[in-house]
Design a binder for this molecule. Sequence first.
Ligand code: HEC
Ligand code: CU
Length: 344
Amino acid sequence: MSNGLWGTLPIQGTQFAKDWDALYTFLFWVCAFFFVIIVVPAIFFIVKYRERPGIKPASHIEHNSILEFTWTVIPTILALIIFAWGWEVYKKTTQIPPNAMTVRVVAKSWNWSFQYDDGRIVQTDMYVPENTPVRLLITSEKNDVLHSFFVPNFRIKKDAVPGMFTTTWFESGMSGQHLIFCTEYCGASHSNMMGRVVVLSKDEFEKWKWGKDVQLPPPVGPEFLNWDQQASAEVDLRKDAHAKGLNQLAQQGAQVVQSMGCVSCHSSDGSARIGPSYHKIFGREAVLADGSKVQVDENWIREKIETPHKRTLAGYQVGLMPSYKGLMTDSEIFAVIEYLKSLN
Ligand code: HEC
Ligand SMILES: [Cu+2]
């Protein structure tokens, strides 16, 4: 296994890891190079030209154009290379492949839970198939604090913010257990707020998806000490979820929309009720009362559910839609979003 810079960097579990490590290694050698060519001569001159009897002070040198030009242009070029390189890699981390599977991540003090398209929720461990792009839709539970989702082996890190969705993605070809850390100080058990990304072969993942027992691949890199307790709790949960049957998340969303009474104002077939229809709502541009536009995405739907009066669609009276803040859990909101997506 190739660990960059004499093993000081974590294992490279994704292409991002390789890309970031290449940039990091470049930065390291640039720093090392300039440290040597600046500090070594500086020490040499300090010793050689130190003040002592018989040595005359140097004449006062005002300026040297060639020298100044050089020490401005070279660092500028280097800084631009570093910027462009960083930008390229950063762009890759934000451009999520359209065929990516979605896993919804909810942080709470102090654990992680993961919700799948089939509605299943697992604690602590996120199971994913290898060589498959996985999009993470991340949030922190209502009234909880900021957390941050970090998988060192994958070099991905994203804040988890209550009341907001953030996204990132990864694709790992390295089956095994990869540690998850919370990397935003969040209180007493912050350092225990760990989990694992369990990367399985595609076949094994398929088995796991259908609630069958799978052989856990070995940990890659550092291990989490309290695994045993956590892992057994997780297995029970999985069995439980399976017993309830593999509900489709979108189907759950349809039930939520029924039971919350959204359907009295919103149809799903394009017909107008008090509010606009959900038909083909996801991804379209909505025009607001002040003429500005907003794309209907996860955050917009959540905003309408929790704080509907903040921004109102053009052509509608302010305050028609009631707020559901505190009445719906994050997993219900995820389910509603999935349901609205399914109407496209
Ligand atoms: C009493 C009627 C009413 C109920 C109940 C209601 N809404 Fe609304 N909703 C509206 C109206 C009116 C608008 C458009 C005006 C506005 O933006 O507030 C709207 C707008 C929306 C939008 C934005 C639509 C777009 O085209 O961008 C979403 C999303 C939404 N509602 C979701 C929901 C969900 C989910 C529920 C149930 C949890 C719900 N609404 C319950 C009346 C309602
Ligand atoms: Cu945390």
